[in-house]
Write a protein that binds this ligand. Structure first.
Ligand code: NDP
Length: 247
C-alpha cells in the first residue's frame, strides 16, 4: 500500500504506544516519517529500525513537547531532511489524574503544555512548511467529552481543548485544503494504560464489549484514513474509537 507515497509525516511522541503505531502505519502507507520522543531514545530508535526493516524511511528526533523551541526545531529539522511536512500528528501526551484539591497551577501548566500547547506550537510551525492539501490530526481522548471518573479535571480539560483547537483550525485552514481532525481513543493498551492495569476493569465496564481494550494499531488505522487523499472532505471532526464507552 503506498497511498501516502511522496508524503512526509511528523508524529509527536512516536517512540511508544499509539504514536509508535501511527508512525509505523504512515510509513507502511508510503510516507517518510519523523517521530519525536523525550526520554525514550532507544524505543524511538527501535521504531525507526522497524520502519526501515519494512522498507520505509524514518527519523527520530528528541523534542520535549513542553518546550516550544524543541518542537519548532523538530519541525524545521523534519522539513529540511525530507522537504516539507504534509501530515502532522499531534500525539504526545501525559495522563495526570488526581483530586483537584491536590493539584497545583504547576500541574495544570505541565499537562496543558504537553497535551495542548505542543499541538498549537507544532501546528503553527508545521503550517509554514505544509503545502495546500495537508493534514493535521491530533490525538484527544474519549474523556474529552465525558469524564467517566473523579480526578480527571486536568486531562479532560486538556483533551477538550484539543477538540476545540482542531475545530477552529479546520475552519481557518479550509481555504488551503488542509484538513484538521481530532481522534479520540478510548482505553487503548499502552504503557500509559495497560489492558491488565489496576484501572482496566473499571474501564472495561464502560465498554459495549467489556472484553476489549483497543490495540494501538486500531487508532493508527483511523489516523491513516484521515491522512489519506480519500478523507479530503473530513475536517473539523472528532473520531471516537472507544468501543462504545461513551455511547
Ligand atoms: P504512552 O505513555 O504509552 O506513550 C507516550 C508517548 O508520548 C511516548 O512516545 C512518549 O515519549 C511521548 N511523550 C510523553 N511526554 C512527552 C514529552 N514531554 N515530549 C515528547 N514526547 C512525549 O501513551 P499512549 O500511547 O497511551 O498515548 C498517546 C496519546 O494518546 C496521548 O496523547 C494520550 O493522552 C492519548 N490517549 C491514550 C489513551 C490510552 O488509553 N492509552 C486513551 C485516550 C487518549 P518517551 O518514550 O520519550 O517517553
Amino acid at each position: 500500500m503506498s497511498v501516502l507515497y511522496g508524503k512526509v509525516a511528523l508524529v509527536t511522541g512516536g517512540s511508544r504506544g499509539i504514536g509508535a503505531a501511527i508512525a509505523k502505519r504512515l510509513a507502511a502507507d508510503g510516507a517518510k516519517v519523523a517521530l519525536t520522543y523525550v526520554n525514550g531514545a532507544e524505543a524511538a530508535a527501535n521504531v525507526v529500525k522497524a520502519i526501515e526493516a519494512a522498507g520505509g524511511t524514518a527519523l527520530a528526533l528528541r523534542a520535549d513537547a513542553s518546550d516550544a523551541a524543541d518542537i519548532e526545531a523538530a519541525v524545521a529539522r523534519t522539513a529540511e531532511t525530507f522537504g516539507g511536512i504534509d501530515i502532522l500528528v499531534n500525539n504526545a501526551g501525559i495522563f495526570h489524574a488526581a483530586p483537584i484539591e491536590t493539584l497545583s497551577p504547576g500541574d495544570f501548566d505541565r499537562t496543558f503544555s504537553i497535551n495542548v500547547r505542543s499541538a498549537f506550537v507544532a501546528s503553527k510551525a508545521a503550517l509554514t512548511v505544509m503545502p495546500d492539501g495537508g493534514r493535521i490530526i491530533s490525538i484527544g481522548s474519549n474523556l474529552a467529552v465525558r469524564a467517566t471518573s473523579p480526578g480527571l479535571s486536568l486531562y479532560t480539560a486538556s483533551k477538550a481543548a484539543i477538540a476545540g483547537l482542531s475545530q477552529a483550525l479546520a475552519r481557518e485552514l479550509g481555504p488551503r485544503g488542509i484538513t484538521v481532525n481530532a481522534v479520540h481513543p478510548g482505553s487503548t493498551d499502552t504503557d500509559m494504560n495497560p489492558a491488565d492495569g489496576p484501572h482496566a476493569r473499571e474501564q472495561k465496564g464502560l465498554m459495549s464489549n467489556p472484553a476489549a481494550f483497543a490495540d494501538p494499531g486500531e487508532i493508527a488505522d483511523v489516523v491513516s484514513y484521515l491522512a489519506s487523499p480519500a478523507a479530503r472532505s473530513v475536517t473539523g471532526a472528532a473520531w471516537t474509537v472507544d468501543n462504545g464507552a461513551n455511547a
